[in-house]
Structure formats: C-alpha cells, structure tokens
Design a protein. Sequence first.
Length: 572
Amino acid sequence: MEPLLQVEHLSVSFSTEQGRMQALDDVSFHVMQGEVLAIVGESGSGKSVTALSVLGLLPSPPAKIDGGRILFSPGGAIPTDLAGMDRKRISAVRGKHISMIFQEPMTSLNPVKTCGEQVAEVIRCHEGCTAKEAKQKTIRLFDRVRLPSPASMYGRFPHQLSGGQKQRIMIAIAMSCRPDLLIADEPTTALDVTVQKAILELIRGLQREDRMGVMFITHDLGIVSEIADRVLVMYKGRIVETGPVNEVLTHPRHPYTRALLACRPGLQPKGTRLPVVSDFIREDDPPLAAQPRKDVMPDKTSAKALPETSQPIMEVQNLRVWFPGGTGKEMVKALDDISFSIQEGETLGLVGESGCGKTTLGRTLLGLIRPSKGSILFRGHDLAHIPADEWKKRRKELQIVFQDPYGSLNPRMTIGKAIEEPLLVHGSITTQKQRRDKVVELLEKVDMKAAHFHRYPHEFSGGQRQRIGIARALALDPGFIVFDESVSALDVSVQAQVLNLLNDLKNTLGFTAIFISHDLSVVHHISDRIIVMQEGHIIESGTADGIFHHPKEPYTRALVEAIPGKALNRWA
C-alpha cells in the first residue's frame, strides 16, 4: 500500500531578530491509511510546526519551507505535493480530506455562533448541501461523538458547554466530511483524566470506523501507549526515534525518549526526585547521542516526614458555598457541608473532575469567595467571618499559584516588578535596594537568574512563567499556599521540574500546601494526604498511598483507572 501521507526531508525555518531559526531539520515520516501515528516531544520540539506544515497553515512570513515535500494521496490517488500548493487548492483539501483538532477548543470555536452553526458551516462549505440538510447531518454527528441531547446542543453556545463537550464539538467539526487524515494536536491537554479517557476512546473508535489515518500530537507517552500504532519522537526539530509503539516504549534507544518516560510521576517512587531531560541529555550533546548519562537515577531519599507533634494549621467545618442558579430559584451547591483539617507542614491533595468544587474550595479558603455557611479556622482565626479590612493582615500568610501563569501576570509589567509588588503593597521591605535583593533571591530560589528581572512574561516559556508565579507567592514568606492546577498544562518534563522544585521548597521553607489537580498520579507524588471530591462533597479521604493504591469508592477507582499509561506502569 502507498502511504496516505509521505513527508520527505522537510525543513522549516522562522525569521527572528537574531536571524533564521530552524524549527524543522530534515524531517521524514509517513502515515498509512487506518493507522494512528503519535508524534511526541516537548514544547518547541517541532510537533505543531510539522502539523501546520501539512495543512499549509504556517504564517509566511515569518515561516518558510526551506526544502522537502509533503505528498498526500487520499484513496490511493496520485500523490500531490501539499508544500507546493497555492492557497485556493490547499483550502479545498482542508476540512474535506485533512482535518485538524486543535489543543484549546475555546479559542478555536467562535463564541458568538452556536455550536451547531459552526459544524453546519463546514458541511455546507465542502458538500454544497442545503441549510436543512446540514443541520440534520450536524445533529447526527453530535450523536456520533456522544454529546448529550444532540438536538438541543445545536443551539447552544461554546461557553455553555464543559471542556470535554467543547472538544467533542471540535471532533464533530473535524469529522464532518469524513476526512482521510485527521491531525489531533494535543486534544486532551488540561482535560480531566476521565474526560481525557473518553476523548481518546472516541477518536480511536471513529478512526477505526472510517479507516482514517491519524497524526496524534502529544507530550505524554502515557497517552501514546493508549492510542498509537507507531510513535515518532521529536527533539529540537529532528526525529530522534521512531517505531512500533510497544517497541519504542519498552526498549527506548534514544536518551530523550528515556527522559520522557522517566519523568512521569506514576513511574517513580513517591517522594523521590523526578528525573528531567537535562539528566539524560545536555544542550551540547550531538542530536543523536546514543547512550544515557550515568547520573540519571533519581534521588531515592523519601519526602520529609511531618513532625509527630504537628498541629492543625487550618480546620474547615461544615463549609457551604451556594450560588444562585440560572433561573434565580434553584441554588447551585458548589460546596455542601465540607469538613476537614490540614496539619502544619502538610501537603493536602484535592482531586476530582471539573465542576466538583476543588477550585471553589481553594479560593474560599483564601477569602476570594465568601462562604454561605460554615467556618474556616486558620491559626485560631475564623477567616469566614473576619471583616474585609482584617483580610489584608492575613493575606501575607495565605497565597495562591494559579493554573495559567500567563493569565495571572501583567503583560506590561516586568517579572521583577510583578514579584516586587506584594512587598510594596504590604510594606514588608522599605528600601528599593532591599526589595530588589529580595526579588533576586526569590528568582534564584526557583532556579531562575537575576538577569531575568527586567524581562516581560511573554519572553518566558510556560514552565518559567509558572516558576515566576511560585516566586511571587513566596515573596511574603506565607505559611499556607494553594496550588490550583499549577502543572496541568505543562509538558511532562517541565511538570517534573516544577514538582521537584515544589518538593524542595516545601522541605526548605516548611510551608503548608493544598495541591489541586485532576491527575491522581501527580497528586499522589507530591501529597501527604488526598481528599477526593465529587459534586461539591468529599467522598473519600486518606493517605496518598492509600487513596492511590487502594481506593474504596467507585468514583475514586474510576479516576485511578482513567490515568493514561497503565501499560507503561506494567512495562516499567
């Protein structure tokens, strides 16, 4: 059989202020009909550039295809070079023969059009059918991608849907013309593990029904083990390893592949240092270095034990947060009768699906949401009932690190000024030199440099921005920090770096933390105890090992079973 897609010696560069930057360097691979090829690597490895090159979506300038061919032959037709197509011809291919599911559905969907209209528009454009026929096909598609109440979904807007439902709309758009090739670019990043599992099963099921070729782009080898037939590993714009999924994941040859496997929290003993890419391969290594370094084994020292005499730093009793519903009559019970305590120096994990109340609970503890009922005793003071002017005094002791570091940083403020701002607001340090010295100390504490002081948020990677958010949270030496999905959207290797940093800081500074996440493997790695939430209630709690290895509730067992990469755990 001829390959459905054949990429030959593709090279792509971008013009920058420093000159041409090579994004892809002599990349060659193929995708067969009915095959799922996973392309894996960190941010900046060239995965998305490869996908956008196939669809002709690279902005030119600054992007330029320096060489190579992208041969596409749907249904065994004579291969056509997509790299040489003009805009009109490639537009006829997009959607009809090659479709793409993007990473973030909310930014890909038009917020002022209903979901049904957006799918129907693609069908009318490529198939020339009437509005009524397009609507009927759209409703059938919604049923096919397992959306609840398909007919009513047609008239809903994107903001009225959950993250998983929005991603199903994107899949419906991509599948609307039964394409020969589907490109899925990180379609499950930041989704709950149960929703992620459902999306992976859906894509795989549709692929088998239609005998599509699929390019599945991800940074997570756990997901690769669940969905792919073959895997292609990219590093710095080059392919460093490729082969059948079982072969690559059980016997990885390249140090970079081994690094991606090693840095997953589920494969390392709880409390140990997670390996990172720099343990396996250095910046100055040859691109195809064959042997791993000898110093890659993780530190086997266990996490710092809690002192036996530790006292509760916070006690939550019968906490309730109710919001008015859409009609104003029924109340939405975001939190309902929540009670628990946190010991001094402890890390408590909060886990559950989106909408279970994790983030609401974290923000209520910090006074960002006022509770409807109950008490929050922090060092003997009831935070639920103190006046607003008293909160400024308490704010120094309670901090938060948000999920999206870019959204929580002022794009017009240098990161030095952003970290310095809490010191100014609270008057902790009076002189400018002392404040600057404190900021530099904080930057170095989170493994960044003093030279970064005058740079802006857009000049940093996602992992670096998250470190900046952590530095800002530490500026006032708080005793209690809430980490709200702080690593959920990061590459696995960057996630490992941030988790190692948090463990180091916790052991050094001794703060108490709540770590919120939907990923039980991450929560297990960093937490002493875990609370499982569902629909505003605590349904199970216990030690991290107890919850992870011996869950009692069916819901908790479902969360554990939904963690991608069970095969990797067996192979390890």
